[in-house]
Ligand binder design. Structure first.
Ligand SMILES: Cc1cc2nc3c(=O)[nH]c(=O)nc-3n(C[C@H](O)[C@H](O)[C@H](O)COP(=O)(O)OP(=O)(O)OC[C@H]3O[C@@H](n4cnc5c(N)ncnc54)[C@H](O)[C@@H]3O)c2cc1C
Length: 462
């Protein structure tokens, strides 16, 4: 019998959600928001075109889309959100500004040590920002995927889009595997610690010889007569790997079997004998992220380390990948918006040939092109978020969002560096780090060439 779950503390995020559900509190908070004048203006326009009498109290303010906002990252925008979401976003913004940004700059503490601190994980847990989309019963916030998406975005909206925190992978990739395929005992054993930040999660699929083609995995977990499994092999490029307290490992349980039937998932405790971690890898970007190699040498896994059914690992991965791709799409879209706003401000301030850069038509037109591309992609990403919220996001659509957003972010960050001139090439400049950090998004979570394969399947007629 499992011990009872610890009582859920009232986190700042939970308190904000509850506070915001009170209509008066939400309206009071909204009065201070920067977009209010724009919203009110748009309501007036909507009313002027309406033939029906309108009850003042019943009209919700019309929310501007990002193309209409003073700043794309303003709170109070986008039709998919409401005032409760805005209050939650304020909490996230405060958390990142106070607890993440001060450690995240160029040459800062986290970049130098190549990982963030345990305190930051615990603080995120204290704020209720780990397991936002996970039921309260297991220590999560019990909120929807939209609140989770707000937290992903706010990390990217923070100054310089900090690269260290692997919170989204932990909360919205690792936890769902346990929630969807774990036993009640596994959920109670692992998830509360993941929600309070004391247990850091990672997922290990990729190996030195197999990334895009997971059928080529060589790590094995062979079942013994006593029901245990013996794990051998290695993994590489594992996000959160160096700090991990729990790793979801993909291994072949039946190496003779053809295709997907060979693979299973395991919940592996890195403290087990025979499990070792490499040092965080030196990367071309995401320098504060503890990506590393993992090695397994005759690691004895208890029978209850198996996640779900033996031989179903590949099917589980395919089920969960759309959410992983949506996270990457949301992250990179938000990063592009952040880089654009930094560049817009720079072009208005920086003087060359006696005038601000934006006085040059070529510069102004470049900004116009950037803004248009970002706004178009934002509409699609928000559509995908709503599809996922409604349980209707399919693999091909998620792949389109992943591919288009990662290509967009790369292009926008490159343009941003160009418009910053020499300053744009300096590591201390946020757009330089954003360009470096966003390069990998076209590779991981499935390379964009693989995304095209998945999308192309929907283009063929029967
Ligand atoms: C910073 C970072 C973090 C990562 N985090 C994790 C993690 O947490 N967990 C994890 O398991 N993995 C992780 N990865 C691994 C990542 O998912 C893989 O690198 C990615 O899937 C590509 O696999 P690969 O590197 O083996 O490249 P390969 O599979 O060798 O492919 C190389 C290139 O070939 C091309 N290509 C491959 N297949 C095709 C095809 N069918 N058609 C056309 N072109 C193709 C693509 O351009 C691809 O980029 C991470 C990687 C990085 C760099």
């Amino acid at each position: 019998k499992q011990p009872p779950l610890p009582l859920r503390p009232s986190t700042p995020a939970l308190l904000m959600l509850r506070l915001a559900s009170s209509r008066s509190a939400a309206l009071g908070a909204a009065a201070t928001r920067t977009q209010q004048p724009m919203s009110i203006r748009l309501v007036r326009v909507a009313r002027a075109h309406s033939t029906q009498a309108v009850d003042e109290d019943e009209v919700a303010p019309v929310r501007p889309e990002i193309s209409q906002a003073a700043n794309m990252m303003d709170i109070g925008t986008r039709r998919i959100f409401n005032e409760e979401h805005d209050a939650f976003r304020e909490t996230c913004r405060k958390f990142y500004a106070e607890h993440i940004v001060p450690h995240s700059g160029a040459g800062g503490e986290w970049e130098t040590q190549q990982h963030i601190s345990r305190e930051a994980w615990l603080k995120a847990g204290e704020y209720g920002l780990l397991g936002i989309n996970c039921p309260e019963k297991y220590g999560g916030l019990g909120a929807s995927i939209l609140e989770a998406a707000i937290s992903w975005e706010e990390c990217m909206y923070a100054e310089g889009s900090p690269s260290g925190p692997g919170f989204a992978l932990h909360s919205d990739i690792c936890i769902p595997y346990i929630l969807h395929y774990g036993t009640e005992a596994q959920k109670e054993q692992w998830i509360p610690g993941m929600c309070d930040g004391s247990t850091i999660g990672a997922i290990a699929m990729t190996e030195p010889g197999a990334g895009s083609d997971l059928q080529g995995l060589r790590t094995t977990a062979i079942k013994q007569e006593d029901g245990t499994y013996v794990l051998n092999g290695s993994k590489t490029y594992i996000t959160n790997g160096w700090m991990s307290d729990l790793v979801i490992v993909v291994a072949k349980t039946n190496p003779e079997a053809k295709g997907s039937a060979a693979m299973s998932l395991f919940l592996v405790d890195p403290k087990l004998a025979g499990f070792s971690k490499g040092n965080p890898l030196k990367k071309a970007g995401l320098k504060a992220q503890d990506t590393c190699e993992l090695f397994f040498e005759d690691v004895v896994l208890p029978p209850d380390a198996l996640l779900g059914d033996e031989g179903r690992g590949f099917a589980y991965l395919m089920e969960e990948l759309p959410q992983e791709r949506l996270i990457i799409a949301v992250d990179t879209q938000a990063r592009a918006e952040n880089a654009f706003e930094t560049t817009r401000a720079w072009c208005n301030d920086r003087v060359a040939f006696g005038k601000p850069l934006i006085a040059k038509q070529t510069v102004a037109h470049k900004l116009a092109e950037m803004k248009t591309a970002i706004c178009i992609n934002r509409a699609f990403v928000d559509q995908c978020l709503m599809l996922h919220h409604e349980g209707r996001l399919d693999t091909a659509t998620a792949s389109m969002a992943k591919m288009s957003s990662t290509d967009l972010a790369w292009k926008i960050c490159d343009d941003a560096v160009q418009l910053h001139g020499g300053m744009g090439f300096m590591w201390e400049t946020s757009v330089a780090r954003q360009l470096a950090d966003t390069r990998v998004h076209r590779i991981y979570g499935g390379a964009n060439e693989i995304m095209k394969e998945l999308i192309a399947r929907t283009c063929k007629t029967a």
